[in-house]
Design a protein around this ligand. Sequence first.
Ligand SMILES: NC(=O)c1ccc[n+]([C@@H]2O[C@H](COP(=O)([O-])OP(=O)(O)OC[C@H]3O[C@@H](n4cnc5c(N)ncnc54)[C@H](OP(=O)(O)O)[C@@H]3O)[C@@H](O)[C@H]2O)c1
Length: 270
Amino acid sequence: MRRKIAILGSGNVATFLAKALRKANNTVTQVYSRNFEHANALASKIGADPIDQIAHIRDEADMDVYIIAVSDDAIADVAAQLKIENKIVVHTSGATPIDVLQATSGNYGVLYPYQSLRIGDLIDVSNMCMFFDGSNEDTTLLLEELAFEITSYALQVNDTERLQYHLAAVFANNFTNHLFALAEKMLQDQGLDFENLRPIILQTAQNAMIKSPAQNQTGPAIRGDEQTMARHLELLQGNDALIKIYSDMSASIKNFVPNPEETETEETQE
Ligand SMILES: NC(=O)c1ccc[n+]([C@@H]2O[C@H](COP(=O)([O-])OP(=O)(O)OC[C@H]3O[C@@H](n4cnc5c(N)ncnc54)[C@H](OP(=O)(O)O)[C@@H]3O)[C@@H](O)[C@H]2O)c1
């Protein structure tokens, strides 16, 4: 269905949603950014009007949804400036409660793409999960429709569940990527090639797709190879930050207690 949507924000998520919703035959009428060049960069790609004043957001009767895709800490401020009567307004944050929007409209919600999104990256939406939630049945229904226009998998979750999913993604995605960056730097610092590590990273991700990660752990910490760990710590001498990460992660691996169902072997599973 062709809806009229305004997007507030011009960053990673604003760009992803604007393009995905347009591809699904919706019309993005306006893109707001406090920086006109940023608004224009996105708006010009999707045939929308760029604006740098929230007061210039249109509130015509046929406008359907206002999407606030700005940094978490700016959502409340942007929402407070938005005058849209009772139209549907959503934010896109995993960690921000839904009711940060309740003073803006009686019809509010969340549309949270559960994916790492960066402008320029090729995003595979086929298996991506979209989380949605609404302040009432009609709003929730419309957000569910929008979510399913973007991906084939969408789920309604409440604030607590969404925050928990967000936290899990910080561990599984943000922290692992930071560890990749640290590994890349330590190899580069020694004139060695990160390219040789890439197959391990890929294998680890592939294993996590088909088995519980609790069953996939390898390495000196789980084997109890103390001499190997001492050699690694020797290499890290002088870098207290990396020694702390290495020691904390190794202790976490050693002390990890998986849930009972994750310890089943493949043979014991049906
Ligand atoms: N990136 C992801 O992987 C991802 C995934 C799911 C959900 N999210 C959520 O989506 C939202 C946007 O994230 P993002 O990654 O798109 O961020 P981003 O790329 O850093 O873009 C942030 C946007 O917020 C605007 N902004 C920041 N402070 C502002 C303020 N005080 N007033 C008005 N606008 C302000 C920026 O405007 P300027 O252009 O003027 O700087 C920019 O358009 C966040 O709630 C985030 O938690 C992100």
